[in-house]
Design a protein around this ligand. Sequence first.
Ligand code: FES
Length: 320
Amino acid sequence: MNTIPVRVVAAEVIAEGIRLLKLSSQDGSPLPTWEPGSHIDVHLDPGVIRQYSLCGSCTDTSTYEIAVKREPESRGGSKFVHESLGVGSQLSISAPRNHFTTSTEADHNLLVAGGIGITPIISMARQFHRQDRAFELLYFTRSETHTAFRDELASGPLNSSCRLLFGLERDAVEATLDDALRNRHDGSHLYLCGPQPFMDTVRAVAARHGWPDDAVHLEYFAAAAPLDAEPQTSFDVRLARSEKTFTIPADKTIVDVLREHGTDVETSCEQGVCGTCIVKVLEGCPDHRDYFLTAQEHAKGDCMAMCVSRSLTKLLVVDL
Ligand code: FES
């Protein structure tokens, strides 16, 4: 996997528990271009790779910005960012990937962010503003001090399209969403990002008001529940191009087994949330365990996330 060596060129706390890092390439060369919604893999420590959305200006290729919330039950990623990185720290990152793209056809865009979910959403808001496209941003946070990018959103050019909502209880969040999503007009698209329970609420309200799945775009940060909660059984996977067949035992993923046999599969989160490992299914019926594909895509069954999903049939043939 190609990585880009970068250096932390600025670091600051931008809200309670949220640290923003600016990264530039170590040799001073421009970084790859990116679009709003993109994320990068950040190699923090040997074996510790985390995905963070880019939240700076997508017109600036000299610097990437990521904002990281310190998670109390951090497995090492956010703790490392908050405690061990500072100006001058050297890291490597992947090129940006985007599985959370904006529709070019939408004639109105409703952006909904909860907490640290603002990171991909703010770059979308800036782009819509720059392009003079209609949008509204609802940003729910615990309090004013927990609100990242607060000055920009409260008094900058995005302010007229932005509502900051502090400390609402669950019922009030749902009532606010109910109002915002009630009267969808054709051509509106919804973009949401935040913690899983928040996302579930937004999706439920959107479904109640008839938002079609293809107008609802979302990004999960991490799988909320163990993805292997369902019983696991073994099955076979055949790679259509090489005609090789492998048995996937109950205690391993497809990606594990393919790697053991020298077939490299591009992955990123390995939690079923980012979409990097999606592959076409040519035969058989996947047992979807990911959070990336839509309910329609799950029902259609012609693609799957190989890092977490399994099989309902004895054999799966995939386009590899
Ligand atoms: S690697 Fe992220 S969904 Fe599989």
